[in-house]
Design a protein around this ligand. Structure first.
Ligand code: UD1
Ligand code: MG
Length: 457
């Protein structure tokens, strides 16, 4: 098979998005539209990817530089044929060139692969629409062979009746494409250089034009406004939800889950409503995620239960842990098996040992907690002096009384007990009880103040 080039058209202004951001950088499932297309393009292992962007769109190459694609500017924008022309100097003959669109984000590898398999010559991706208004129509002869594409604005009454339309996506031999593009004119209703005019040229040269249809219509839907963006977002989320359910995941409501990345689930995973998963997330066997939890770049091992409204970011959670409700694991947190992190507990850049518990109202930051430690309600690590951060170490089997402050750097030794309400500034020795708080006093006969009456003043 000859090498493949991919040209992604992304020069359109996106006026109807009413945004300062170029249209193709708006996100679908947490990822810029053009990145969806670039990912799909990359999956075909092309020799060269060329993105044609428009005036004011310099942020597009900046945002997408990790792809190693060639970025070419099209200025002014004189039509789709003119756009592809801008890429041609970067594409070698002896290859094939596929044209994709930065605002048609959900095109699938399988469909493009089918186009590659369709044979030599020109291959068009077409679709049949009940309402073809606005699209270029695929005109065929009596034998059913494609003759040309006629744009809506150039079509006659009979052509307007045609339901088969051009998606815009096509595959052509690069040398032929170069030749045809060189011959394009703009004598049409819009005064543009139409890419679609190459179809009639191919037919004139006696080439057979083949067509392929996408497996799902949403693959070829473009985005011009926020409604279309939201509609395709839902389509994609429903598709993702269906995939998860097919693999055995229980979703309380497939219409109320958002996956903005890659969610991998084991067996018997249950996800309640309103959960958001971002980046790479792994849920082990029997993990349950409570309602309205947000989990980002995290792995949760088997049997762990996450109660509602928990936030987990860039963290690793062991097996059979209990998290939440209202727990927050910030980046760099690692929970070993059987750990418990309860309501209004914030953990940051800390390790919580096996079977340790912090069940209520705590801040555990820059801390290494051993195994079987009990962190009482309201314990706080004072890890920051206003300029620098310091670590706290709590060794195995320690018991930290409620409302304790551990002023880092500080170590609580193995099996140590800290009395409630202590402010610990020096290391607490292993196995001993350490207290650091004011002594309780009772003032005999003390009277509460009484409110003075207005008349008396
Ligand atoms: C185009 C096709 C039409 C097809 C439809 C599918 C042509 C002439 N017509 O029409 O047959 O049914 O798409 O949606 O190709 N673009 C550039 N530079 C330009 C012009 C366009 O990069 O100078 C990009 C746009 O950003 C957009 C895409 O090309 O992503 C399509 O352009 P658009 O103007 O929307 O073409 P349509 O008139 O919809
Ligand atoms: Mg369009």
């Amino acid at each position: 098979m000859s090498p493949l080039n991919i040209v992604i058209l992304a020069a359109g202004k996106g006026t109807r998005m009413y945004s300062d951001k170029p249209k193709v950088l708006h996100a679908l499932a947490g990822k810029p539209l053009v990145q969806h297309v670039l990912d799909c393009a990359t999956s075909l292992q092309p020799q060269q990817v060329c993105v044609v962007y428009g005036h004011g769109g310099e942020v597009v190459p900046q945002a997408m530089q990790q792809y190693g694609a060639k970025f070419v500017i099209q200025e002014p924008q004189l039509g789709t044929g003119h756009a592809v022309q801008q890429a041609m100097p970067h594409l070698a003959d002896g290859s094939k060139t596929m044209v994709l669109y930065g605002d048609v984000p959900l095109i699938q590898h399988s469909t493009l692969h089918q186009m590659q398999q369709a044979g030599e010559g020109l291959v068009l991706l077409t679709v049949n629409l009940d309402n073809p208004t606005g699209y270029g129509r695929i005109v065929r002869n009596a034998e059913g062979d494609v003759q040309c594409i006629v744009e809506q604005k150039d079509a006659n009454a009979a052509q307007l009746e045609i339901k088969e339309v051009n998606t815009g996506i096509l595959l052509a031999p690069t040398a032929k494409l170069r030749e045809w593009l060189g011959k394009l004119g703009n004598n049409n209703a819009q005064g543009e250089y139409y890419l679609t005019d190459i179809v009639a040229m191919a037919v004139q040269q006696g080439l057979l034009v083949r067509t392929v249809q996408p497996a799902q219509q949403w693959e070829v839907e473009g985005i011009n406004n926020k409604m279309q963006l939201a509609t395709l977002e839902r389509v994609w989320q429903q598709t993702t939800a269906n995939k998860l359910m097919t693999q055995g995941v229980t979703l309380a409501d497939p219409a109320r889950i958002d996956v903005r990345g890659n969610l991998v689930c084991g067996r018997d995973v249950e996800i309640d409503v309103g959960c958001i998963f971002e980046g790479d997330v792994t849920l082990g066997d029997r993990v349950r995620v409570g309602a309205y939890s947000v989990i980002r770049k995290a792995s949760i091992a088997q049997g762990t239960q996450i109660a509602p409204y928990s936030h987990i970011d860039s963290s690793e959670v062991g097996a059979n842990c209990q998290i939440g409700p209202y727990a927050r694991l910030r980046p760099g947190s690692k929970l070993h098996d059987d750990a418990h992190v309860g309501n209004f507990v914030e953990i940051k850049n800390s390790e919580i040992g096996k079977g340790s518990k912090a069940n209520h109202l705590s801040y555990v930051g820059d801390c290494t907690v051993g195994a079987r430690v009990n962190i009482g309600a309201g314990m706080i690590t004072c890890n920051y002096d206003g300029a620098n951060k310091f670590r706290t170490v709590i060794e195995d089997d320690a018991f930290i009384g409620s409302d304790t402050q551990l002023v880092a750097p500080v170590t609580v030794g193995k099996g140590a007990t800290i009395g409630a309400g202590s402010t610990i500034t020096k290391d607490a020795p292993a196995g001993e009880l350490t207290l650091a708080r004011g002594r309780q006093v009772t003032i005999p006969g003390w009277q509460r103040p009484v409110k003075k009456s207005k008349a008396a003043t």
